[in-house]
Ligand binder design. Structure first.
Ligand code: SF4
Length: 172
């Protein structure tokens, strides 16, 4: 046993040093503004429920990126929740497929007031490539009242941060 301890002390640390995290200045700046608003208006915790109403998943990849170690949106007081009953904001990607029309309305009804709906991506904003057809209702606004739109195909994580800021900035 003593020889084992001796070997441990002689060997020292073999793992690599953890690199300093790289931070994007724009993300830090916009994130801190959002954090201040979330602190004032939402007691420091803004809950988002994301709803895929028919997207190609390109928008979801960018939304997921908000939770990775680079963007780490939770440090600004914003977190994603599994149930609309716990959400302040619905982040909806689309276009809204006909199959998702009724479930999307149910999600909206299940979300407590006050609530905000943000249409994310060109498809959710206006129907995008898909428009309105036998299979698609087109824009989210054709199904639900929409409070904010974040355009792009897909919008980048910084655009999502800016979209949240624009919706909740004091001038509104
Ligand atoms: S906006 Fe672009 S990335 Fe987003 S769901 Fe539509 S096609 Fe896909």
């Amino acid at each position: 046993m003593l020889s084992l301890y001796g070997k441990i002390f002689r060997t020292g640390t073999l793992t690599e040093r953890v690199p300093r995290p790289v931070r994007d200045e724009a993300v830090e700046r916009e994130g801190e503004k959002l954090k201040a608003i979330v602190g004032k208006r939402f007691q420091g915790s803004l809950a988002i429920r994301q709803v895929d109403a028919g997207s190609c998943n390109g928008c979801e990849l960018e939304i997921h990126a908000l939770n990775n170690v680079y963007y780490d949106i939770e440090r600004f007081g914003v977190h994603f929740v599994a149930s609309p009953r716990h959400a302040d904001v619905l982040l909806v990607t689309g276009p809204v497929s006909r199959h998702m029309q009724a479930p999307l309305k149910r999600v909206y009804e299940a979300t407590a007031d006050p609530k905000w709906v943000i249409a994310v991506g060109d498809c959710a904003a206006c129907g995008g490539e898909f428009g309105v057809s036998y299979a698609s209702c087109g824009a989210v606004a054709n199904v639900l009242p929409v409070d904010g739109v974040i355009p792009g195909c897909p919008p980048m994580p910084i655009d999502l941060l800016r979209g949240l800021l624009a919706l909740f900035s004091p001038r509104r």
